[in-house]
Design a protein around this ligand. Structure first.
Ligand SMILES: [Zn+2]
Ligand SMILES: [Zn+2]
Length: 167
């Protein structure tokens, strides 16, 4: 089971749409959309609408971000391109034992991506790195079992203990 399994993402997106209605649609995002790190050395662009947008509250996302959760826009890896500089990667270990590749700027340390997966053609963009972070409209919370007491969540969003469930 993995967040970045394409079937689960499609399912999860479909499920959450019925709950959150069009206010959480990604259809109003103009393509391509761009982002980068705080020092400006690394820039990226994305040519696809997000497949799903989630807040991941897992302990690794807390530790790596220094905050309560990772706000993630999942997109096809083939639609994501570093347009300036070089993105360094660090792998944490998933529950499955497989690596979770997380991209960042080696100069300033800004987090840029999570869950880069060549085989499944997926990568997660960290919403805070977007030129317009307001594009992020989460449709669910995942790994809420790891969330901190001070991590106040939107009660309206579906919550999952770990990854979004399979049917
Ligand atoms: Zn930087
Ligand atoms: Zn996480």
């Amino acid at each position: 089971m993995s967040l970045w399994n394409a079937d689960e993402i499609t399912e999860g997106a479909a499920n959450s749409m019925s709950v959150t209605e069009s206010s959480h649609s990604s259809a109003d995002i103009e393509l391509p959309f761009n982002g980068g790190c705080v020092c400006g050395e690394v820039r990226y662009e994305c040519n696809s609408l997000p497949l799903v947008m989630v807040k991941c509250h897992c302990l690794d996302c807390q530790r790596v971000s220094g905050g309560p959760y990772a706000p993630v826009l999942s997109v096809p890896l083939s639609s994501f391109r570093v347009t300036r500089g070089e993105m360094k990667r660090f792998a944490t270990t998933r529950i499955s034992g497989k690596p979770n590749l997380r991209g960042f700027c080696a100069n300033c340390g800004s987090r840029l991506t999570v869950g880069e997966d060549l085989i499944r053609n997926l990568v997660g963009i960290m919403a805070g790195s977007l030129d317009d972070p307001g594009l992020f409209k989460p449709s669910m919370d995942i790994f809420v079992r790891d969330a901190q007491r001070w991590d106040l969540m939107d009660a309206i969003l579906p919550k999952h203990d770990q990854y979004m469930p399979r049917k």
